[in-house]
Design a protein around this ligand. Structure first.
Ligand code: AKG
Length: 380
């Protein structure tokens, strides 16, 4: 795999055309709609829950996403960039950014997934375009050349000069104005990166980047894909996690089907079950109310009524494995984001089996030989 090195050095991103064939893109698109329980053709559905901040969809384990992650082309691209063939996969998610509408205005953003006051370590991120994406569709955007300007800023300023302006609230990295962003952006422009379905955009972490405001009439759909050297993952910097990270990722792959199993028991889309599970992890009193069924639940009305008390009694959120997994996302960022909810749903599934005789046997996604190495199941 070779790509335009000169453009990469100059702009801090590069587009690799036609990385994935249409049927592999469509499979992920279909899964986004079923995961979120939305009908792609019903505009009103685009804005129904689940619709998370930043238009992110927290799904990560299904065959179509894994098929793309383990496609040899990404392995070739990232091996070339990292200069090593021993790579692991980041368990990343997807994006479904519907057009601006009353009640939904994702204004877009530019940020760094790193501390801009510190010298950038090598780090690469990537996004696969699932549909043709025009400039007004809220797709990937960046400030070409900002990765070089950031290094200039660091050479001419002290880290203290990069402190957020007084009074800045919330996550300053997502906001403007900011002293480093303002300096870096002086004379640069934000460029929406247009692409065809199947194009893959890869960028250097030091490039100011994000996604835009969708002013079109179609949702923007994309899958994030990145690989990092064996033993590491990507959080706000390259994180060395070794054995703990490998085990967590394998656990996540193994148990990735349980939130879907719990969703079927409750009669809700998996994305709704996932919000409920994460709500419980944040605050166990949120076990009530159960999410309202949208489909026929596997549980009867009586069983659903009995469930909250059963859960409060069994407290599956206090299972040692769930408790252990909960802070992992702080260490491993996106690489550890989903495990606690997956393990919680596995415990809930066990309770549903014991109490109501439901049976669950979710199969993990099938992996190729390369996929097994990227996951860490097989060692390089
Ligand atoms: O949605 C996109 O294309 C960019 C997302 C982004 O900023 C990120 O993954 O850090």
């Amino acid at each position: 795999m070779s790509f335009d090195r000169k453009s990469w050095e100059e702009n801090g991103y590069v587009v690799i055309p036609n990385a994935v064939p249409q049927e592999k893109l469509q499979a992920v698109i279909d899964t986004i709609w079923s995961y979120t329980g939305k009908d792609a053709n019903q505009r009103a559905d685009w804005y129904k829950a689940p619709l998370l901040e930043g238009a992110m969809v927290n799904m990560s384990h299904n065959q179509p996403m894994w098929d793309n992650r383990q496609a040899p082309i990404f392995y070739e691209i990232f091996s070339e960039l990292w200069g090593t063939e021993k790579l692991w996969v980041v368990l990343d998610r997807v994006n479904m950014n519907p057009p601006v509408a009353p009640g939904w205005d994702h204004s877009g953003f530019l940020h760094w997934d790193m501390d801009p006051t510190k010298a950038p370590e090598p780090m690469y991120q990537g996004v696969l375009y699932l549909t043709d994406t025009t400039a007004e569709m809220g797709g990937f955007q960046c400030a070409p050349g900002s990765q070089r300007r950031l290094v200039e800023w660091q050479a001419t300023h002290s880290p203290e000069e990069g402190a957020p302006y007084p009074g800045t609230q919330g996550d300053w990295m997502m906001q403007k104005p900011h002293p480093i962003k303002d300096w870096v952006m002086d004379g640069l422009e934000t460029k929406p990166i247009v692409g065809k379905a199947g194009d893959f955009v890869i960028w250097d972490v030091a490039t100011l980047h994000g996604n835009g405001r969708n002013l079109s009439n179609r949702p923007r759909l994309a899958q994030y894909i990145s690989l990092t050297p064996e033993g590491t993952t990507r959080a706000s910097s390259l994180v060395h996690g070794g054995e703990e990270l490998r085990q967590a990722r394998i656990d996540s792959w193994c148990n990735g089907g349980y939130p879907g199993a719990v969703a079927a028991a409750l009669g809700v889309p998996e994305g709704i079950a996932s919000e409920w599970l994460n709500g419980i992890l944040a605050d166990p009193t949120k076990v009530m109310p159960l999410p309202a069924a949208r489909y026929t639940p596997q549980l009867s009305a009586d069983q659903l009524q009995a469930l909250p008390a059963l859960l409060q009694n069994a407290q599956p959120w206090n299972h040692p494995k769930v408790v252990y997994a909960q802070p992992l996302h702080k260490r491993y960022g996106i690489g550890g984001r989903f495990l606690a909810a997956e393990l919680l749903s596995k415990e809930i599934a066990a309770l549903l089996s014991a109490e109501f005789g439901l049976t669950f046997a979710p199969e993990p996604a099938q992996l190729t030989d390369l996929g097994e190495k990227l996951l860490g199941l097989k060692r390089w």
